[in-house]
Design a protein around this ligand. Structure first.
Ligand code: NDP
Length: 428
């Protein structure tokens, strides 16, 4: 059993993580929030109190921390007796926070792949460039590290694993489809950290085709889908974290990621990119100041968390899986629908932050109760998806399945009663 959580970061996702940890502090214990800006941590704590999210009257405290400083992070982990660290700071922090966890024995969770600020779109598979190099170190220290446990990456990895094990004899393709059919009413904004968001789209789009990496350009491939809630919706082939583990772990020849974009977003994005304003490389101004254009764009765009009060509409995110069962081809969609307004009413956040934060806390609870406390590093598709999906169904993120039998809530216990799997699954 592990207790006490240290949340790193105080942005939109951390806000949701704090509320959900508070709602489940009988299992998780004390909660500490640490970020560069102490006032942001304190604002989250005020919101937790205002919403009455604390399940039990336990410790909830803010700390100032530069999480690039491994010694300072180790000190805070020890001082707060935190046995679980949920890293929802910037992805530039991952390797430092992971190092602090390995050295203190705390379990590690994050929701995005590590990035080097000076590099964009490195050689695939991306996990091999950073995180997987620490696999042995985690195993030697018996440290549980669950990588990319937001919604995508995260829940979509679990959906794929669930479908492979329960719905098919063999799978030919997994299309991950991410639709935000919401509206925030601003001229232009990104739903999470603009710097990270744009870095996803400014370089090569990697996808997994016929068991090999294929490179494309952003907005080169367009595909319409018939999705629940939205009906026909247009998406574009996009590079994304989860392809870089699922391609290596699942033995599926085709895995692609599709994201919806409105024409207005594409126009603004193209103008910014073509002007060079999305570059991560520094430029020197006439006054001799060195600035990173992407950081300037981030500074002038709305803070994603500020979008929440006015956000309406829903997100629909899931996996469309095609393969063979009993000699016949079949298609299964495993998905979630999340309502921006309902998230705001519950925890004061928009649905993108909510869908990323809830899974991280569900994973922390599975580590706390021992179910996922495997004492080594894993991506989500390597873990038993059933308890994860069942727990999220009770925490506000309900999974649905659409197949030949219709469209219904996916309750893993009802669909595959009595089926138990080891916490860490063998890869395909
Ligand atoms: P934000 O930009 O809103 O928040 C990031 C936080 O990290 C800020 O509070 C920032 O502090 C803090 N931070 C940055 N550098 C440091 C540092 N050196 N030390 C301590 N704290 C630091 O991001 P989001 O909340 O939107 O996203 C958080 C993470 O979740 C990101 O990795 C993002 O990619 C990921 N994500 C994952 C999703 C999924 O489904 N898997 C979906 C959405 C996001 P400060 O405020 O002082 O700058």
């Amino acid at each position: 059993m592990k207790r006490n959580v240290l949340i790193i970061g105080a942005g939109g996702v951390a806000h949701v993580v704090a509320h959900k940890c508070a709602q489940n502090n009988a299992v998780l214990g004390d909660i500490h929030i640490a970020s560069r800006t102490l006032s942001k941590c304190q604002a989250i704590i005020d919101s937790v109190h205002e919403k009455g999210s604390l399940q039990q009257d336990r410790h909830l405290q803010a700390h100032a921390l530069d999480a690039m400083d491994i010694d300072a992070t180790k000190f805070l982990i020890r001082a707060t007796h935190s046995q679980i660290v949920i890293n929802v700071g910037s992805p530039f922090l991952n390797m430092s926070v992971l190092a602090a966890c390995i050295e203190t024995g705390a379990a590690y969770l994050d929701t995005a792949i590590h990035e080097d600020p000076a590099k964009v779109c490195e050689t695939p598979p991306w996990y091999a460039n950073y995180e997987w190099k620490r696999r042995d170190a985690c195993k030697d220290a018996r440290v549980t590290a669950v990588l990319g446990v937001g919604f995508d990456p995260g829940v979509v990895n679990a959906y794929a694993r669930y479908a492979l094990d329960n719905c098919f004899d063999s799978v030919d393709s997994i299309d991950i489809i991410d639709i935000n059919a919401g509206s925030h009413g601003r001229y232009f904004a990104t739903n999470f950290d603009p710097e990270i968001n744009f870095r996803e789209f400014t370089s090569t789009v990697w996808s997994w085709e016929n068991n090999a990496w294929k490179s494309n350009a952003m907005f080169e491939h367009r595909q319409d889908w018939d999705m629940p809630v939205t009906g026909k919706v247009t998406t574009y082939l996009t590079g994304h974290d989860e392809l870089h583990s699922m391609s290596q772990n699942l033995g599926v020849p085709n895995i692609r990621f599709w994201m919806s974009f409105g024409e207005h977003y594409i126009n603004v994005f193209n103008v910014l990119k073509n002007l060079g304003l999305l570059s991560e490389q520094p430029v020197r101004t006439a006054r001799g100041q060195e600035v990173v254009p992407l950081e300037v764009v981030k500074a002038v765009l709305p803070d994603p968390a500020s979008l929440a009060p006015a956000y309406t509409g829903k997100t629909v995110i899931g996996d469309l899986i095609k393969g063979i069962k009993g000699g016949r081809t079949q298609e299964v969609l495993v998905y979630n629908v999340c309502d921006h307004r309902a998230c705001y009413e519950e925890v004061g956040s928009q649905a993108i932050s909510y869908t990323a934060g809830v899974p991280a806390v569900a994973a922390a609870m599975l580590i706390a109760n021992g179910t996922w406390d495997i004492g080594e590093m894993a991506n989500v598709e390597e873990l038993d998806p059933a308890p994860f999906i069942a727990l999220m169904n009770r925490m506000g993120l309900v999974t649905r399945i659409r197949d030949a039998q219709g469209d219904r809530v996916l309750d893993p216990q009802q669909e595959a009663p009595g089926k138990t799997a080891p916490a860490r699954l063998v890869n395909y």
